[in-house]
Design a protein around this ligand. Structure first.
Ligand code: CDP
Length: 796
């Protein structure tokens, strides 16, 4: 008779276990970078450029040095003497640490002061006198490539213009031929505006160089501690084993805490020079104007269509504004990230994407803000184009999507841009969504309301996201292959510690990794502690972004637990005095096949590993696994929103939002739902209210939370979540696919499509995000598209 444990009771796979990390967070016992105080610690503040483009004529720091309590004033010139004025970026470009020749965006780092406290350091920054000679400013790709445009990156010998790359993927000639066969060509021009991940906790670091041991310890807000260690070793030429990066609790990352920022580098150099710990904590405006922005891509999209609705080909031409330095974190091979994952869910024979990246006088952009390297833009463009194409054909939105979906038995499916998708039940997800929203009834209600002058709309968005880079064959960052790792130590009493190379920033790894161990070994989740974020103890990993944790580190957790189980099986055979082949496993216990009542628990095996192992067996029960995924995981989702637009004000309200997410096997359903709700909230913010743009002089408009709005519970609509479709990932050890970003990726198009649907028949084809009331009102009143970043006059 089976004596297997009840998996849900022990907190294994599928248990909606409460997040263990919340215990300390809700008690105020979290330990963030700013909570850490070291003996003798000094404080650093950064002087930033007020101008977006200007030559630096002089920097006079003498008054700052004279202020009591100031220990060091760093300038670009001083950094240059140590070869640290510039640093490499994650995209094979260079970025100024402290400006030497020019400033290239408003908010760029010009000098740093290290003082006894942050107030003295701030005052001393204000005492630094910088003379600037203003230069013409570029704030969009059109200006960047215009005749006679000033060359922003004149620091680079080979750079004669503002173009960073001209990149293409797909089959240009085949796409051309398909367009020649089309009955209908649908066209749309879109802009996905700049947005900022704006985590509640800003960036910061405490560098602590100890001359006696030669060890450099850095506490910092990073999503990828091992990458930072490698970068510090290579850039500062310090021995890697003498560098310890500790990423304490992180108050949200969303991609913003992946890049290496000048503040980190300056605090490290200052600590080495002063031989004292140096703390730098960025303020909110500093974070909003100088750290990794996202999006800012213009699209000219075209679809070749057959009259009956079959998509024959897709052509996309993108212009990406990267800001002053090309510092995107993305796989080296793909210049515009995974934007070419667009249309992966649809069966399209041929496609072509051409992308041009340009510099501008804005802060560096291109971080993967809650998305797998530009997938948010890909899915937004895809679903806006799908809506426009269905309208052009006069077809039903749902039917058009359904007829073009990749079918359930067509997996693995090769997309027109060369990806191989793994599994999915796309039509089923759509059916669940349509039923939940009450599709037919709503369409009737919408027509009746229209007759009474009310504007109701319904927007469908589907998304499939490539999550879990690598495999290492195709995915690397700066040549470092993308894979991940986990180390599991089972102590003699059967309690365990699991460490991974990922780094949670709110996703709940401390809860879910323990659940995977529990699933594999039958050790109750509460007996497993999870540790991440310390390079001296965690195995090497590429960090957490792009929803890669579950697909890669989570898989490594399962694989290392299986290694442990294999050794425990040998211990069990020894304890049961039978051969290994006669031993069977059920959750938490090995037993003799022919006598199921004779068994030993995993805890008894753990004790034996330290007290009663067979002759010749290495003692202990611990191991490490490196996991190089064979492919990406491809979750799928359908989001459907209904809205009502007030034609007299342009204000729109969400009536209902239905989300059907298929992320394969759910480790913790409650955490998955939290991730989806968070993503839908961010999607709503992008579609409805977030506005961070630049005026003609390059001043950042939206550099505070009065202008750049974060939705609270008050504004955020309610969501109806559906989990009935589960298509396990065929190549992931526990069948899981990533989920962290899906709703933020797929959500925006659902809201925008709903508003555009409400406006159908008015002749308005597109309003670019954010769909602020004045933009919607303008579109309705003047019956015209409202495109591009919202215009801002410099005197506004
Ligand atoms: O990389 P990141 O942690 O941001 O994203 P993720 O791998 O999609 O995971 C987000 C959270 O959801 C983690 O706590 C996962 O363990 C959990 N999750 C889950 O419970 N089931 C899944 N199929 C996917 C993720």
């Amino acid at each position: 008779m089976s004596q297997a444990l009840d998996e849900i009771k022990i907190g294994g796979l599928g248990a909606s276990r409460k997040r263990v990390e919340d215990n300390r967070f809700i008690r105020g016992k979290g330990n963030y970078t700013d909570d850490i105080t070291l003996p003798g610690m000094l404080h650093m503040e950064i002087l930033r450029s007020p101008l977006a483009h200007a030559r630096i004529s002089s920097i006079d720091t003498s008054k700052a040095w004279d202020i009591p309590g100031v220990h060091l004033v760093l300038t670009g010139e001083m950094m240059a003497t140590r070869n640290l004025a510039w640093m490499p970026t994650l995209s094979y470009d260079t970025q100024a640490v402290l400006a030497t020749d020019k400033v290239r965006f408003q908010g760029q780092e010009v000098a740093c002061v290290i003082a006894d406290d942050p107030y003295i350091a701030k005052d001393a920054c204000e005492a630094i006198e910088v003379e600037y000679e203003p230069l013409p400013v570029i704030v969009n790709p059109e200006q960047a490539v215009a005749e006679g445009a000033p060359v922003i990156r004149d620091d680079k010998d080979s750079q004669r213009d503002n173009v960073i790359y001209d990149w293409e993927v797909g089959d240009a000639a085949g796409t051309e031929r398909a367009f020649a066969q089309a009955d209908v060509v649908s066209k749309l021009r879109l802009h996905y505006p700049r947005s900022h991940p704006s985590p509640i906790e800003c960036c910061g670091s405490i560098a602590d160089f100890n001359r006696a041991t030669s060890k450099l310890t850095v506490y910092m807000t990073t999503q990828a501690p091992h990458i930072i260690r490698a970068a510090v070793a290579l850039v500062a030429e310090l021995p890697e084993h003498m560098i310890r990066i500790i990423s304490p609790d992180i108050g949200g990352g969303f991609g913003n805490k992946v890049p290496v920022y000048p503040g980190y580098v300056c605090s490290i150099l200052a600590s080495i020079l002063l031989e004292r710990p140096v703390k730098w904590i960025e303020d909110k405006t500093g974070n909003l104007i100088s750290t990794g922005f996202a999006r800012d891509i213009y699209l000219d999209g075209e679809m070749a269509l057959r009259r009956d609705g079959k998509i024959l080909a897709v052509r996309m031409r993108c212009d990406a504004d990267h800001g002053a330095f090309f510092s995107d974190a993305q796989p080296s091979k793909f210049k515009i990230g995974l934007l070419h994952s667009a249309f992966a869910a649809y069966d399209i024979p041929v496609a072509h994407l051409a992308a041009r990246g340009t510099y501008s006088n804005k802060a560096p952009g291109g971080v993967a803000y809650r998305c797998s390297f530009r997938v948010t833009e890909a899915m937004f463009f895809q679903e806006r184009m799908m809506q426009a194409a269905a309208d052009d054909l006069g077809m039903d939105q749902a039917e058009f999507r359904r007829m073009n979906f990749v079918k359930d038995d067509d997996f693995p499916h090769r997309t027109p841009f060369g990806f191989l998708t793994d599994s999915g039940q796309y039509a089923k997800c759509l059916d669940v969504g349509l039923k939940a929203i009450g599709y037919e009834d709503f369409r009737r209600e919408q027509a009746e309301a229209r007759n009474r002058g009310r504007l109701l709309g319904l927007g469908i968005s589907t998304m499939t996201e490539p999550l879990g880079a690598g495999n290492s064959r195709e995915y690397d960052i700066l040549g470092i292959k993308m894979f991940d790792s986990a180390e599991l130590k089972v102590h003699m009493t059967g309690k365990a510690i699991i460490r991974t190379g990922a780094r949670t920033q709110g996703q709940g790894h401390e809860t879910t990794w323990a659940q995977i161990v529990s699933h594999e070994l039958g050790i109750p989740a509460e007996d497993v502690v999870v540790e991440e974020g310390d390079t001296d103890t965690a195995p090497f990993g590429m960090g957490t972004y792009a929803s890669r944790s579950t697909p890669v580190a989570g898989a490594a957790v399962a694989m290392v637990a299986r290694k442990i189980r294999a050794k425990a099986r040998r211990l069990a055979a020894h304890l049961l005095e039978v051969s290994e082949e006669d031993v069977e496993w059920e959750l938490g216990r090995f037993y003799v096949r022919s006598a199921p009542d004779r068994g030993v628990t995993i805890q008894e095996c753990a004790m034996a590993a330290y007290s009663n192992m067979p002759d010749g067996m290495e003692p202990g029960l611990e191991n490490t696994a490196y996991y190089d995924p064979p492919n990406l995981t491809w979750p799928f989702a359908v989001y459907i929103a209904t809205v009502e637009v007030d034609p007299s004000t342009g204000v729109w309200d969400v009536l209902k939002l239905v989300a059907v997410d298929d992320c394969g096997v759910r480790i913790n359903p409650m955490i998955v739902e939290g991730q989806i709700m968070g993503g839908l909230t961010e999607a709503y913010a992008m579609a409805n209210m977030q506005f961070i743009t630049f005026d003609a002089e390059g001043n950042c408009v939206g550099s505070n939370y009065m202008d750049y709005l974060l939705p609270t519970a008050w504004e955020t609509p309610g969501f109806e979540l559906h989990s009935e479709v589960v298509t396990p990932c065929p190549h992931h050890p526990i069948g899981a696919k990533g989920i962290g970003e899906c709703a933020a990726v797929g959500g925006p198009a659902a809201y925008v499509n709903a508003v555009m649907d409400a406006l159908s028949g008015t002749g308005v084809r597109n309003i670019d995000m954010p769909l602020l009331p004045d933009r919607v009102w303008e579109a309705i009143t003047y019956r015209r598209d409202v495109s591009g970043a919202p215009p801002v006059r410099s005197d506004d």
